[in-house]
Design a protein around this ligand. Structure first.
Ligand SMILES: CC(C)(COP(=O)(O)OP(=O)(O)OC[C@H]1O[C@@H](n2cnc3c(N)ncnc32)[C@H](O)[C@@H]1OP(=O)(O)O)[C@@H](O)C(=O)NCCC(=O)NCCS
Length: 173
């Protein structure tokens, strides 16, 4: 269902559809540039992204931002990886990134996943409940700046299942 409340007129957040692919590719390329091909997080995006948690923000029906989540395997259980989150540079700083994260998290909180991991800006995600994740416990596939690895627990109960020993973060194939 599209989200309109608290967004400017003409701006809508709605689930991503197959027809959005080219527009989303454009938004991600414009937001990240060529650096997107060098990030270790790409190793974790093998299976399809999680369609029920992937949203676009549109302005007059044009896609200007996107958020996707991917299933990952941690300790034998499927969990979530957030990203990429991208907003077209000409529309950045207007709250659309925050709206995409907040909306998708409100849906993620209704699922049975335990947590969401992200390789993300350490200044951006704590406002949504992300906190630093231990790189000794969560073994990232490749290089990641320590401060970028963050976790959001999706419930208090999930937090009690935090790993006591190192767990590899693996892609779903
Ligand atoms: C990061 C991004 C998604 C934010 O979306 P946005 O719509 O521009 O941001 P919003 O308007 O919702 O939020 C603005 C807030 O985010 C902060 N912010 C924006 N980009 C940031 C960044 N790269 N690092 C830390 N904070 C950032 C702003 O300082 C502002 O903070 P405030 O609310 O305390 O004033 C967008 O700028 C973008 O696509 N950047 C390039 C790609 C990228 O870095 N994606 C995230 C990777 S994890």
């Amino acid at each position: 269902m599209p989200v309109k409340g608290a967004l400017p007129s003409g701006v809508v957040i709605r689930p991503e559809t197959a027809e959005d692919k080219a527009a989303i590719d454009h938004v991600i390329a414009a937001a990240f540039g060529d650096g997107r091909f060098m990030r270790s997080v790409r190793h974790l995006r093998r299976a399809s992204h999680e369609a029920s948690l992937s949203f676009v923000v549109t302005l007059q029906d044009k896609v200007i931002g996107s958020i996707r989540y991917w299933p990952i395997l941690v300790g034998g259980r499927t969990q979530l990886l957030l990203g990429p989150l991208a907003v077209l540079p000409e529309h950045s700083g207007k709250g659309f990134g925050k709206a995409l994260v907040a909306h998708s998290l409100s849906v993620a909180e209704t699922t049975s996943y335990d947590f969401i991991l992200i390789s993300g800006e350490p200044d951006y995600y704590p406002r949504f409940g992300f906190e630093p994740a231990s790189q000794e416990l969560f073994l990232w596939p490749g290089f990641i700046e320590p401060e970028r690895l963050q976790i959001k627990w999706l419930s208090e109960d999930a937090k009690t299942k935090a790993p006591a020993a190192a767990q590899a973060i693996l892609p779903m194939l």
